[in-house]
Structures are given as structure tokens and as C-alpha cells.
Design a binder for this molecule. Structure first.
Ligand code: ADP
Ligand code: MG
Length: 457
């Protein structure tokens, strides 16, 4: 692959992993964790001379389908001169083709939890009794609500004797330690490459926020995207319906963007992911389905149009830029005046972020054209309503309620950012959403068959 030196996380985890130890590895976004687990995994499969009939020897579990596809790509490259077989099982793909492939023997299997559990329970030809290694990439995310039940069942079904476990992420929660306690063998190594470092984000990243009132939010985004039209940009939103609306709107007014969220068909998601990966410039607007692990080359800007749910999500979102050794990138978060309390949480999480100015006179004022368009275009009007409604719902179920208080929003201004001159009537009980747990608002795509559906699906 042309790499001459190991990154720090690689040099500290690959040797103990090759010696068969269990490892819980923490290192910043973009620091090379994928190779840190794939190299020992493939060495193990090779040295044990795994054949197709031996079935799955190593299992890699990831939270999203696109991340699974990406890891599959790296593993494919690494296995080029090996005889061991590689496979992938993800929700939204053809289940029967996957089952056929599993029955022919997949030594290294990359998977998302729901579909994996389905195959473990329902695919008779799937041989996993020889499993020797389990990898959880983005371990903290996989153990959050929504995946927890599935993970518990998976851990129960797969062999635990004589199995090595590798847990990796840029951020940790106590959940990871809980899992470490139950599923790691005695004497696991805890390797945290960053614990002595000042910031929890990488050095080459220049991070800013801008204070912007609700009614100016879209104008600012529009002006920003116009100004940086030669750059490669990812913009994060809090709900699928907002992504859908703003993508339709921007494409309609000749500012072409790609969009990615959990309510799309998988084929479309896959195409969009690879198209944006290979693009030199352009804009991707998306939910947190793209927040974790994706290694997209040369992204210039990460824009958080809707603030993240917590500092951990913030760190993963901005981690889509400034990747690899000496990577550079910039990020911009939109905050409304009632939301500046979030900065304190970022500070506590050791995220260095400064205020960026965006001069008011540089705002392209297209508000009246926007309102005219949304007034007369039936289709966009419907999407705008859905977007508006889901924005409020997401807001109401935010995990940091003291900062993101839906009752502090000025609905007239919020509606303006969706193109309405007066707020549309939406039928939601903002109060009741407050009891939902925060993770439910996040979009990590639809769940597989049999799994509980979350509100966002
Ligand atoms: P992480 O999982 O820690 O966020 P990745 O494994 O996705 O990071 O790697 C980030 C980027 O760094 C990838 O483009 C990868 O090809 C590159 N990379 C990995 N190992 C090395 C290395 N030893 N030297 C230089 N670049 C590397
Ligand atoms: Mg990764």
C-alpha cells in the first residue's frame, strides 16, 4: 500500500494482537485503526491455514453499511496475495446471495449487527464454530442503544472459548468497558494512544463555529456552498427528512449536492458513497449515518448545519477530514444564540474550537425567492414540511436538553429557514418526545428484519 511507517496506534497494537492478546484500542479519527486490526486478523487466518471449509475465522462488526463496505475494500487489497476468503453481510443487500456465499465459506467476514444476527440464526450453511477473532470497529457506537440487544445475542451465539477480541474506536464510553469485562479474556490490554494529548481531535484540523439565528441558517449555508463550490464538503443534519428536503431544494436551485441518509435504498446509498469518495470536489449532505469511520479522501470542510447530539458525535463528524498522517481540514458548526452552551461541553471534551465570522453583507439574500418557490412548488412544499417537522422532532429528543431546548426555538424563524413565510401547522407533540432516549434520534439507517425499528426509520 506504499506505507513506510506504522502509525502510533498500529505500532502499539499490532504486536500484542499478533501475539494473541485481547486489545481495547483508542486513537483519534484517521489514525489508521483499520490496518491495526486487519493485519493481525489476516496474519492469524494465514498462519492457521484457514480454508473455505473451515468457515469464518475472523468477524469484523461495524455500525454502518458504508463503513462495512470500506473495510471490505481495504481487506480485499490486503488479501490479494493470500488464499483466504473474504465476505460481507449488510442490511439492504441481497440476503440469499449472502447466504450462498457464507455457505461456500468466508474466512474473514465484515458485517453490520442486524444482518449478521439474522445469518447466525437462519443460515444453516454458515460455519462459525471455528471463530478465532472478533473485531468491533467503532465499538462505543455498536454498544449504544439500538445495537445493544443485537450485540448481546451475537455474543451469546458465537464461540467464546479460545477467541481473541479487538475493540477499536476514537471515543470510548463506559459501555465499552462493560463489554470488555464480559467478553474479553482475562488480562486484556487497554491501549489509549491519546490519553496524554491535549486535544481529542487531530492537529491538522482547524475548527470553528458561527453564531447564526434560525432564519439566517439556510442563507448562510447557501452562501457558504456557493463560495466554496470548488471544495469537497460534507454537511451534517439531524434528520433524514431534512437531508431529503435540502438536497432536493439545493439541486432544484442549481447548487448540485449528493445526499446520504438511512431512508434511502441501499443501492442508492452505496452509489452515492462511492461517487462522493471518488469526487475531487462537491457537496455531500447527510445524517450521522456518515459520521463514523468513513475514510473519504481530501475532504476540505465539515459543516455541522445541525449541531451534533453530544461531543462524541462532534468528534466523529469532524474526523471525516484531516485524516491520515499530516492530514489537513477545516470544520464549521452552526450555532443559534440559545445553543452556545454546547461550547462548554466541547471544551470539557478537549475540543479546540474558535468563533468564525461570516460578515452579514456576504450573505446572499435569497429568502424571498425561496419563500416564493416553496409557496408554489407542491412537491418541494411537502418535503419542506416533512423536513421542518423532523427537525423539531430531532430537536425535542436531543440528549443535551438544557442546551437544546425545543421550547426556546423561535418557530417563525425556524420555519423561514425551510422557506415558509409563516410556520406550517405540524402535528407533533413536542412534549412527549422529551422522554425518548437521545440515541433514537440518530440516523444509522434502517434496522434489519426482526430488529426493533426506531422512530427515525
Ligand atoms: P481510523 O480508523 O483510525 O479513523 P483509518 O484506518 O480509516 O483511520 O485510516 C486513515 C487513513 O490513513 C487511511 O486513508 C489509511 O489508508 C491511512 N493510513 C493507514 N495506515 C497508514 C500508515 N501506516 N501510514 C500512512 N497512512 C496510513
Ligand atoms: Mg476507523
Amino acid at each position: 500500500m506504499g506505507f513506510e511507517k506504522m502509525t502510533e496506534v498500529q505500532s502499539r497494537t499490532i504486536p500484542p494482537l499478533m501475539a494473541g492478546r485481547d486489545v481495547l484500542g483508542a486513537a483519534k479519527t484517521g489514525s489508521g485503526k483499520t490496518l491495526a486490526f486487519l493485519i493481525p486478523a489476516i496474519e492469524m487466518l494465514t498462519s492457521l491455514k484457514f480454508k473455505p471449509r473451515n468457515g469464518t475465522g475472523c468477524l469484523v462488526i461495524t455500525p454502518t453499511r458504508e463503513l462495512a463496505l470500506q473495510i471490505y475494500g481495504v481487506a480485499h487489497e490486503l488479501l490479494e496475495h493470500h488464499s483466504q476468503t473474504l465476505g460481507i453481510v449488510i442490511g439492504g443487500a441481497n440476503r440469499r446471495n449472502e447466504a450462498d456465499k457464507l455457505s461456500r465459506g468466508v474466512n474473514l467476514l465484515i458485517a453490520t449487527p442486524g444482518r449478521l444476527l439474522d445469518h447466525l440464526q437462519n443460515t444453516p450453511g454458515f460455519v462459525f464454530k471455528n471463530l478465532k477473532a472478533l473485531v468491533l470497529d467503532e465499538a462505543d457506537r455498536i454498544l449504544e442503544m439500538g445495537f445493544e440487544d443485537e450485540m448481546r445475542q451475537i455474543i451469546k451465539i458465537i464461540p467464546s472459548q479460545d477467541r481473541q477480541t479487538m475493540l477499536f474506536s476514537a471515543t470510548q464510553t463506559t459501555k465499552v468497558e462493560d463489554l470488555a469485562r464480559i467478553s474479553l479474556r482475562p488480562g486484556p490490554l487497554y491501549i489509549n494512544v491519546d490519553y496524554h494529548k491535549e486535544a481529542s481531535t487531530v492537529e491538522g484540523l482547524e475548527q470553528g463555529y458561527v453564531i447564526c439565528e434560525a432564519d439566517k441558517r439556510f442563507l448562510l449555508l447557501f452562501s457558504f456552498l456557493k463560495r466554496f463550490s470548488k471544495k469537497k464538503i460534507i454537511v451534517f443534519f439531524s434528520s433524514c427528512a431534512s437531508v431529503k428536503y435540502y438536497a432536493e431544494l439545493l439541486n432544484y436551485i442549481d447548487l448540485p449536492v449528493l445526499d446520504l441518509h438511512g431512508k434511502q435504498k441501499q443501492q442508492k446509498r452505496t452509489n452515492t458513497f462511492f461517487e462522493f469518495r471518488n469526487a475531487e470536489k462537491g457537496t455531500l449532505i447527510c445524517t450521522d449515518v456518515a459520521a463514523r469511520g468513513l475514510d473519504i479522501p481530501a475532504v476540505d470542510w465539515i459543516v455541522q448545519f445541525d449541531p451534533p447530539d453530544d461531543p462524541r458525535d462532534y468528534i466523529h463528524r469532524v474526523g471525516r477530514t484531516a485524516r491520515g498522517s499530516d492530514g489537513k481540514g477545516r470544520s464549521l458548526m452552526f450555532l443559534q444564540t440559545n445553543e452556545v452552551g454546547f461550547l462548554k461541553y466541547l471544551k470539557e471534551a478537549r475540543v479546540p474550537v474558535v468563533e468564525f465570522e461570516f460578515p452579514a453583507k456576504k450573505l446572499v439574500n435569497v429568502q424571498s425567492q425561496l419563500e416564493k418557490l416553496i409557496g408554489k412548488n407542491y412537491y418541494l412544499n411537502g418535503s419542506a414540511k416533512d423536513g421542518y417537522k423532523s427537525y423539531l422532532q430531532a430537536y425535542a429528543s436531543h440528549s443535551l436538553r438544557t442546551v437544546f431546548d425545543v421550547h426556546k426555538l423561535d418557530l417563525i424563524k425556524v420555519a423561514k429557514s425551510f422557506g415558509f413565510s409563516t410556520p406550517p401547522k405540524v402535528d407533533i407533540q413536542l412534549g412527549s418526545a422529551r422522554d425518548k432516549r437521545s440515541t433514537q434520534r440518530r440516523d444509522y439507517g434502517p434496522r434489519s428484519r426482526g430488529a426493533k425499528r426506531r422512530r427515525d426509520d
